[in-house]
Design a protein around this ligand. Structure first.
Ligand code: ADP
Ligand code: MG
Length: 597
């Protein structure tokens, strides 16, 4: 009898390993677009056209006028680890190209119906290769102008799991549009065009300077709001634009980082920039920036992840302190772009956050009665807290769930926490999270009862968006309108906000919408309407709730505690933060070793 012992380990077939690798490189249509644009850039193209259908699910076609490939190379290009950009491992640290891993084309081809048409500038006859799921089924001669066209149809047709994770057409398209915009930003000398269903969405003809490209993308007023960075700090060079502190917004767009010409995300750099702004930005504002860092490629590891989105620096601490100082320096430098240091808003002098009020302001006209009690800024009084100990009488009494509540406002601690007695219990309440939750509950209730009262703006608030933000907003307009936000489009990327939910009082409208857009990109189309509406309402509630650091008077404290009790003492805000700490009379008695009567 012979025993045949076979091991359990086997080498995966090429097509399986390729599809697994594809999972890392090709997450969504936008990742395909990024890889194809990178290849076109590496091929020294001066015009790159990206055509997309159904947010890239049905078709992605990238055409360039670069060097093209001859037949041998065209065939090799679709094999794994085949690259023209790297010969030895050492080359990894002196790369001048965006690609080097030789896995993008085979990975993309393995999860799509793929067609590569290419004509090398040296040969007259081009090659037309067709494959499906990575298997080539046709190679032919092809006559055309030098350059390359890669066509991807039915992405993920053979990996339904991936397909399921894709978001809506407009969300996927918005991500593509963002990728194109990023590539265009850092390559001003290249003409980029993006078409969706044959409509031209982006068109950035070649310009000679980075500044001109930035103006093409972000508009002519960009330079009025941004300071110019141009510093050589030790081992690296920092160029680009960073917002003047008093023009900073609540949104994180743009926050672009390019290292040696690659768009990346990197916490060291972002952190350094935020630190640089630290004492200059009012609360709730973010710095906007487009920074380009140029450094010795030997001090940089770009091979951290297949998507090459993150990089590793050999001396992150040097980079961190260099950027931090460079940012601080321009706020004080004498350059013509630099602002007067007095214009900066130091933290302690930061403009007070908007305080919700029921009163119509110069900007807003109340068309529907404001149904809830709001704080009025006029009641704000620095000495309010001193009065608190004299408040002996319950200020309000009204029923919640057939119960009577007695509310005694006691005061405020650190202009952040409210102290109060409700019935027998002592409460320490975070003023922001409590107010946020109250507003949220009211918004949610009025939304579910289809009774959102709106407040029309006397002067509609114009907002100018980037194309990828506009694409997103278009899709969510009906949902936002149900939440009480009335926004109309009046130009390709121009919108006006006409009305907001009355409950929000005099919230600043522009930042509210921009903040919402940051969140919109994360939503899935498959979510239920309520699941969609909740984050919108939470975000609106957060923006309009009273901030920490605002003095509140006793009547205001009382109103907020009443409103919160009325909502049945919710203990967390919509984002999950704690609202209150409660000590019952029994607990206090136990703490003080007193037997209760
Ligand atoms: P990588 O870019 O990492 O080398 P890819 O799989 O993206 O790997 O591409 C493989 C090779 O195909 C490249 O090294 C390049 O030689 C060739 N190639 C791909 N796209 C183009 C293009 N648009 N123009 C010219 N050559 C290209
Ligand atoms: Mg590549």
């Amino acid at each position: 009898m012979s025993l045949l012992v076979t091991g359990k380990i086997q080498v995966l077939p090429e097509d399986v390993s390729c599809r697994i690798a594809a999972g890392e490189v090709v997450e969504r249509p936008a990742s395909v677009v990024k890889e194809l644009i990178d290849n076109s850039l590496d091929a020294a193209s001066s015009l790159i056209t990206i055509e997309v259908e159904e947010g890239g699910r049905r078709l992605i076609r990238v055409t360039d006028n670069g060097t093209g490939m001859n037949r041998d190379d065209a065939q090799l290009a679709c094999q794994r680890f085949a690259t023209s950009k790297l010969q030895t491992e050492h080359d990894l640290f002196s790369l001048s190209t965006l690609g080097f891993r030789g896995e993008a084309l085979p990975s993309i081809a393995s999860v799509s119906r793929f067609r590569l048409k290419t004509v090398s500038s040296e040969s007259l006859v081009g090659t037309d290769t067709n494959s499906e799921g990575g298997t080539v089924w046709d190679i032919q001669d092809y006559a055309g102008v030098p350059g390359t066209q890669v066509e991807i149809r039915n992405l993920f047709f053979n990996t339904p799991g991936r397909l399921k994770f894709l978001k809506t057409v407009s969300t996927e398209f918005s991500k593509i549009s963002y990728i194109v915009q990023q590539a265009a930003t850092i390559h001003p000398q290249i003409h980029f065009r993006l078409l969706h269903h044959h409509h031209k969405v982006l068109d950035y003809p070649a310009v000679s300077t980075f500044q001109d490209r930035v103006i093409q993308i972000y508009g002519a007023t960009f330079l009025d709001r941004f300071l110019t960075l141009n510093q050589t700090t030790g081992p690296f060079q920092l160029t680009g634009f960073t917002v003047s502190p008093h023009h900073a917004k609540g949104s994180r767009t743009p926050q672009e980082i390019f290292v040696n010409g690659r768009p990346i995300k990197n916490t060291t750099i972002t952190h350094a920039i935020y630190e640089g702004y630290k004492s200059f930005l009012p609360k709730g504002k973010h710095p906007q920036f487009i920074v380009c860092i140029q450094l010795d490629p030997r001090t940089l590891d770009i091979n951290v992840h297949p998507t090459k989105r993150d990089v590793r620096f050999s001396h992150p601490e040097v980079l961190h302190s260099g950027i931090l100082h460079a940012i601080k320096q321009i706020f004080f430098s004498g350059s013509s772009f630099a602002i007067n240091p007095q214009d900066a808003v130091p933290e302690e002098r930061a403009a007070p956050p908007p305080i919700p009020t029921a009163k119509p302001t110069a900007q807003s006209l109340v068309v529907a009665p404001v149904s809830v009690s709001q704080f009025s800024p006029e009641i704000g009084n620095r000495h309010a807290t001193h009065l608190s100990i004299f408040a002996q009488e319950p200020v309000a009494t009204y029923p919640v769930q057939a119960q009577e509540f007695h509310v005694f406002p006691l005061g405020q601690i650190h202009q952040t926490y409210l102290l109060g007695q409700i019935n027998q219990d002592l409460y320490i309440v975070d003023q922001h999270t409590a107010h946020e939750r109250v507003i949220f509950e009211r918004l949610l209730r009025s939304w579910s009862q289809k009774d959102v009262s709106q407040q029309g703006l006397l002067i509609p608030e114009p907002i100018e968006l980037l194309p990828h933000q506009g694409a997103l907003l278009d899709e969510w307009l009906p949902v936002l309108s149900q939440a009480g936000l009335e926004i109309d489009q009046f130009g390709p990327t121009s919108y006006v906000v006409r009305a907001i939910p009355a409950i929000l009082g005099s919230v600043t409208v522009g930042p509210l919408v921009l903040e919402l857009l940051d969140e919109l990109s994360e939503w899935k189309s498959t979510d239920s309407l309520e699941a969609l509406i909740r984050p919108i309402l939470a975000s609106m509630a957060c923006q309009s709730a009273v901030q920490a650091g605002r003095t509140m008077t006793l009547p205001e404290i009382s109103t907020l505690l009443q409103d919160w009790a009325k909502e049945n003492f919710p203990m967390t805000c919509p984002h999950g933060r704690r609202v209150a700490i409660r000590h019952s009379l029994d607990e206090l008695n136990t703490l003080f070793a007193r037997t209760s009567e």
